[in-house]
Design a protein around this ligand. Structure first.
Ligand code: AMP
Ligand code: MG
Length: 334
């Protein structure tokens, strides 16, 4: 499965290269972090990109759920503790996004994610009784964060996998912008963070994967100085003995993979952490709730591809569907 993900990701990167950069383009740094291939390129010295890479790897070291030396691992093991100011800032951001989405995004989902085997790759389909019992431990509102002190209720564990890449992209972009970088493209495994526009002033063109045809893309969206983050069931999944497909995005209301009618949710906004958490949350909400959420809260654009073969696009975007893609595009009205 992992090998396949890397191959698919390489394809996405090729698309991005084809759409976003010239062959003689800027310096590039490729690396593996957060369980995915990342590619940073920007009009700056390579050493700057390496510093941005180190910043991302430092975030990973602090908030990995599986590395026994991470701060998050210690929190989950001990039911709380004191963390670094940087980790506290990430937790604070994540908790505010849980509140914003009223728990469609919930960082306390970890016991559920583990029960399905997504942390180890030993996939299994837990019974309804088992997932219902695990929901007792899922409720972000019971996480206490006071300064750098964290307290978790008995049995609760945190998973930042739904927001860490977007947060890391945001921080890396801020680091580079503060050092004068005005044009760059940071790809954190499908979480794209752009800095400024292309050197000729035109927008970056980001490919949106076709959730039904894994080697193809559904369309291209233009992005300037923003993040574009997609959540899709195709990213990580397994087939159960019953022949059903089970993916890694969980509905915190049921403790089971979210089947909302959304096949992929892309969010485009200034803040990469917001984009990442919202893309996961909109996937959980489904098309109708997601549209209502967009109207009520605003502050972002989205592209939702649904199981009715519709692509819903907010009016703030320039989106060009691939002619051969099987989706009808509907632009939402304000
Ligand atoms: P993403 O690819 O950003 O949608 O994030 C998916 C990852 O976030 C999963 O692999 C889990 O680790 C975690 N996750 C799954 N469901 C949720 C949820 N409803 N809220 C927060 N995190 C989740
Ligand atoms: Mg996410």
């Amino acid at each position: 499965m992992k090998k396949r993900r890397i191959l698919l990701l390489s394809l996405c990167l090729c698309l991005l290269c084809a759409c976003g950069q010239r062959p003689s383009g800027p310096p590039k740094v490729d690396f593996l972090a957060m369980d995915t291939l990342m590619e940073f390129s920007a009009y700056t010295d390579k050493s700057r990109l390496e510093e941005a890479r180190d910043l991302v790897m430092d975030i990973e070291r602090r908030v990995s759920t599986t590395s026994q030396s991470s701060e998050l691992y210690a929190l989950n093991r001990d039911g709380g503790g004191s963390v670094s100011p940087e980790t506290a800032a990430l937790l604070d951001t994540a908790l505010s996004l849980c509140r914003l989405t009223r728990g469609a995004f919930d960082i306390s989902i970890y016991p559920v994610v583990r029960a399905w085997g997504f942390t180890t790759g030993d996939y299994r389909v837990p019974s309804f009784d088992e997932t219902a019992a695990l929901l007792e431990y899922v409720d972000y509102a019971r996480i206490r964060l006071s300064g750098t002190d964290v307290t978790l209720p008995e049995g609760m564990e945190i998973d930042l996998g739904g927001v860490a890449k977007g947060y890391a992209g945001r921080e890396a972009a801020a680091y580079l912008r503060e050092r004068g970088v005005t044009s760059g493209l940071l790809n954190l495994g499908g979480n794209v963070q752009t800095i400024g526009s292309k050197p000729d002033g035109s927008a970056w063109r980001v490919a949106i994967r076709d959730p039904r045809r894994e080697t193809d893309y559904a369309g291209i969206v233009e992005v300037r100085d923003k993040a574009a983050v997609t959540s899709g069931g195709y990213e990580r999944w397994f087939t159960g003995e019953d022949g059903e497909t089970y993916w890694h995005i969980m509905d915190p209301a049921t403790g089971r993979p979210a089947r909302s009618g959304v096949l992929s949710a892309t969010v485009i906004a200034d803040d990469g952490a917001l984009c990442d958490a919202l893309s996961t949350a909109l996937f959980v909400m489904g098309p109708e709730k997601a549209e209502r959420f967009w109207r009520d809260s605003g502050g972002f654009d989205m592209i939702l591809i649904t199981d009715r073969d519709e692509t819903l696009v907010t009016p703030g975007l320039t989106y060009t569907p691939l002619e051969s893609a099987p989706y009808t595009v509907r632009t939402l009205e304000t």
